[in-house]
Ligand binder design. Structure first.
Ligand code: PMP
Length: 406
């Protein structure tokens, strides 16, 4: 019944054949960034080799080709999120820029004493932009706590809404714990208070299918590089009605209609939010990554990842002294762990010597670490191209680290 041909999928990713320190690479750092399929590498090369020109303003053949390819990528992103219109798809550098855009532009309308609800599970990208806004305007941040299992404490949510609540901004999937948050419930709760919702989808889109209309969220942000696409490109989905009313984020070329020293009029959606020459190749590469995913059986990919997660959880649980941090009922294939007596950075180095790429640190989610009273964890984050053999190698290396260091 295994509909997932992992060997065939691995052949699409040239880097997975690489060796590291004499061992086959076992790339288990997919939450940091994912590897790129040949199709994406080819799309980048083809664009620069054949069609490179600036977009939206040239009258010549290449400018036209570049513009068509760039806007086709926007349509791919729209389809991927099931947004109603490409007017709702803004290209940004990544999740970080998407959230900064919302904080700066949408949040620019907030007044002193207005409230934004975040959670204790957020990546710094969904904390710091709101603190910068707090410094500028005096908004108040309210934080939904998490439970020992690493789930959101939903019982505490009703008490956080007030007549001053202007936004609920929540991570869809935690990069530190792997928790899949019940975003439909969260949106429904916010709707009941007429509060718009931003979802940080950086870790969700590589694992789950996302439909912004079904979710009924107002903003959705993700990064191309975590979705098997290039770095430097990402997407902000925004509900058209909200984007329409928002002022530009940055000023410059591409985002204007007319400019004089007395007055400037802005371009329509989505270009009003895309000042300057965009990452054209990046967008085209992201569009190609999306097409690559669309050609896969994503249900089979998800089921395969869940089997891999169950297997990895079982293997790691058997390693003496190892503790898994975050045991939510709904998780993506990501395991954060600590081992008694072994610092995560030493652990990372030992694993690296064996060709195993994991991450060690606070995962840009220091409040999560603080909550668990840990300075850092090690994190193995899987994608649909990882294998049970790689998990066996990880478990063996962890046993070894335990014997050597603990
Ligand atoms: N949010 C989450 C949940 C993330 O995992 C990340 C990346 N680690 C980000 C936001 C920021 O993404 P980027 O660095 O691509 O802007």
């Amino acid at each position: 019944p295994d509909a997932w041909d992992v060997a065939a999928v691995r052949r699409d990713f040239p880097i997975l054949e690489r060796r590291v320190h004499g061992h086959p690479l076992a790339y288990l750092d997919n939450a940091a960034t994912t590897q790129k399929p040949q199709a994406v590498l080819d799309a980048l090369d083809h664009y620069y080799r054949h069609d490179n020109a600036n977009v939206h303003r040239g009258v010549h053949a290449l400018a036209e080709r570049a513009t068509v390819a760039f806007e086709a990528a926007r349509e791919s992103a729209r389809r991927f999120l099931n947004a109603g219109s490409t007017r709702e798809i803004v290209f940004v550098r990544g999740t970080t820029e998407a959230i900064n855009l919302v904080a700066s532009s949408f949040g620019g309308g907030f007044a002193e004493g207005d409230e934004v609800i975040l959670t204790a599970m957020e990546h710094h990208a969904n904390i710091v932009p709101w603190q910068l806004l707090r410094e500028r305007t005096g908004i108040v941040l309210r934080v939904l706590p998490i439970t020992p299992d690493g789930e959101l404490d939903l019982d505490a949510l009703p008490g956080l809404f007030s007549p001053r609540t202007r936004l609920l901004s929540v991570v869809h999937v935690s990069n530190a714990l792997g928790t899949i948050n019940p975003v439909r419930e969260l949106v429904a709760a916010a709707r009941a208070h007429d509060v718009p919702v931003l979802l940080d989808g950086a870790q969700a889109v590589p694992h789950l299918r996302v439909d912004v209309q079904a979710l009924d969220c107002d903003f959705y942000a993700f990064s191309g590089h975590k979705l098997f696409g290039p770095t430097g490109i990402g997407v902000l989905y925004g509900r058209e009605r909200l984007l329409e009313a928002m002022p530009p984020y940055q000023g410059g070329g591409e985002m204007i209609r007319t400019v004089s020293f007395e007055q400037t009029t802005y371009a329509g959606l989505p270009h009003r939010f895309e000042a300057g020459t965009p990452d054209i190749a990046g967008a085209i590469g992201l569009g190609r990554a999306i097409e690559y995913l669309e050609a896969l059986d994503r249900d089979a990919a998800e089921a395969y990842e869940q089997r891999l997660l169950a297997y990895a959880t079982e293997c790691l649980t058997q390693v003496p002294g190892l503790r898994i941090i975050g045991q939510a009922r709904d998780k993506v294939a990501l395991i954060s762990f600590v081992m008694d007596g072994v610092h995560p950075h030493d652990m990372g180095t030992i694993l690296d010597r064996r060709g195993l790429a994991v991450r060690a640190g606070h995962h840009c989610a220091m409040p999560v670490m603080t909550w668990y009273g840990l300075p850092a964890t090690s994190r193995a984050s899987m994608a649909f191209y990882n294998t049970p053999e790689e998990i066996d190698r990880l478990a063996a290396a962890l046993q070894y680290a335990r014997e050597m260091l603990a």
